[in-house]
Design a protein around this ligand. Structure first.
Ligand SMILES: C[S@@+](CC[C@H](N)C(=O)[O-])C[C@H]1O[C@@H](n2cnc3c(N)ncnc32)[C@H](O)[C@@H]1O
Length: 486
């Protein structure tokens, strides 16, 4: 991916920023806007009585599978402000299991492998094979998964489904470049899958378009539970919605053995908080996700300031005369030629960021620190200011980068705040305005940190002074102690 900016001691260039794409981290969800056969009502309490025939038929299908006690189901699907959700039919205590779903109801890579297309999907990435499975089953009237597929949203508010006009509201944001990057990635995966699997096996597949593939990708992104490469769709557990006010780190779900005498697996969903009968059961999707990731994966954002992030991408330029030494030092300390630092609103800078910046900016009379004799200690030295020139350069370069990034947005924070005050904002506009305001606030925060630092440059202690002090050559007041002749 292109880097946000690169910084070197000889030249400093700032490029547009992009974030590395993390595919399929923990469970995901999708918001209210879903165009489906049930109508989404804005309700203060979950609506359990007016389910559409599609949802009723889905629930019958789930109950018929024998995975939910039909007479006294612990939860039921309901129309809630987030779309569909799960509503408690009795009180649940904190961490109590809400649903246990056996693997025969899951859709994962094993389901695909055991299906008619299993043989031809073996070489695909797990998500791509599940995507093909979903699309194929969706096209079959008699699919055993019909009732489930019918309740899946045709579209979500994820930015991957936004029109060009809607995306234009994200002008200047990192989310826009990430969204375009993800769409490009899905498109290129589609072309590969089309050439290697779909076209050579036309008898197995309906005609599949890039939009179908993007839909399936969006479905997986917003509702597959995942750990690492293992993705799994688990009806009806995937009706669980996210609550910003649940902040427990505990996993809300696990996969476990079905019992002593069974080789089957169960997907077990717990409620992280006490829930009263009639209330919606909610979980925390992921405390570590930024609003940009929420918008991309699920199509909603949270009001919490710390969900607003900006990713600074720093790079050791290949044209840097000390490229090899700097890379060696970076790699010995868990970094690379390119380093990504997620900065969130109201949080301190990531600890290694200043070290990496100082390393990248190292040059001139400070270059002696790159010599091999310092190799084991240089990273430690970089924790503190090296020289005025080095510190001044990093301040200037970071501040220039922030200003350049800030100038690429089409609105100011004040303008965004005004729009947000307006009533009845469309969900996608609300997301766009929240994201762009959040990114700008983080950029202003970074700029502010380095502006303050610039003002402190004269008062900072640099490497040479520290060294003299360690050698006992600097007095209490910072004066140099000369040898006194006897
Ligand atoms: C795992 S699905 C949950 C079921 C979903 N509500 C449905 O109707 O199918 C995730 C999706 O639910 C919606 N969602 C979940 N939590 C939400 C929230 N706190 N605010 C808005 N939408 C939410 C989003 O559309 C998200 O992509």
């Amino acid at each position: 991916m292109a880097s946000l900016f690169s910084l070197s001691s000889s030249s400093s260039s700032f490029l547009c920023s992009n974030k590395s794409i993390k595919l399929f981290s923990p469970p995901t969800r999708t918001p209210t806007f879903c165009s489906r056969s049930f109508s989404v009502k804005s309700l203060s309490s979950p609506e359990t009585t007016t389910l559409s025939p599609t949802v009723q038929s889905f629930w019958r299908w789930v109950c018929d599978k024998g995975v939910i006690p039909t007479k006294s189901p612990p939860v039921k699907p309901a129309v809630v402000p987030e779309g569909l959700g799960l509503v408690a039919q009795r009180d649940f205590s904190r961490n109590e299991v809400v649903l246990e779903i056996p693997s025969r109801l899951w859709i994962n890579a094993d389901t695909v492998a055991a299906s008619e297309i299993g043989k031809v999907c073996g070489g695909l990435k797990p998500w791509a094979s599940i995507a093909l499975f979903l699309i194929r089953e969706k096209s079959r009237e008699d699919s055993p998964w019909r009732s489930y597929l019918d309740i899946l949203p045709k579209i979500t508010n994820s930015t991957i489904f936004w029109s060009e006009e809607e995306l234009s509201e994200l002008q200047g944001t990192q989310l826009l470049s990430t969204t375009l990057g993800v769409k490009e990635y899905v498109q290129s995966e589609f072309l590969k899958v089309e050439e290697e699997v779909i076209l050579p096996n036309k008898h197995l597949f309906p005609s599949i378009t890039p939009d179908d593939f993007l839909w399936a990708f969006g479905i997986l992104r917003s509702r597959a539970f995942s750990r690492g490469q293992n993705l799994v769709l688990v009806p009806p557990a995937d009706l669980i919605n996210h609550s910003p006010s649940i902040t427990t780190e505990d996993y809300a779900w696990e996969i476990k053995g079905a019992g002593l005498f069974s080789r089957d697996l169960l997907f077990s969903l717990r409620t992280p908080v006490f829930v009263k009968a009639g209330e919606q059961v909610l979980i925390q999707y992921d405390l570590g996700k930024s609003n940009a990731e929420f918008a991309l994966d699920y199509g909603f954002i949270e009001p919490k300031p710390e969900r607003n992030t900006y990713t600074l991408t720093l790079e050791i330029s290949e044209s840097d005369p000390f490229f090899g030494d700097k890379l060696d030092i970076a790699e010995s300390n868990g970094q690379g030629e390119t380093a990504y630092f997620d900065i969130c609103l109201g949080c301190p800078l990531p600890p290694a960021m200043l070290q990496y910046l100082r390393l990248v900016a190292l040059g001139g009379t400070d270059a002696f620190l790159l010599e091999s004799v310092f190799r084991n200690t240089v990273w430690g030295h970089l924790e503190l200011p090296v020289s005025r020139a080095n510190e001044e350069l990093i301040c200037r370069v970071v501040r220039d980068a922030c200003r350049t990034a800030l100038s690429s947005y089409s609105t100011t924070i004040e303008e965004d705040e005004k729009i947000r005050e307006g009533r009845n904002l469309k969900p996608r506009l609300e997301i766009a305005v929240g994201i762009r305001a959040g990114e700008k606030k983080v950029l202003e925060q970074i700029d502010g940190i380095f502006k303050k630092r610039e003002l402190e440059l004269d008062g900072l202690e640099y490497y040479q002074e520290r060294r003299l002090r360690d050698l006992g050559l600097v007095g209490e007041q910072g004066e140099i102690i000369f040898w006194e002749s006897k």
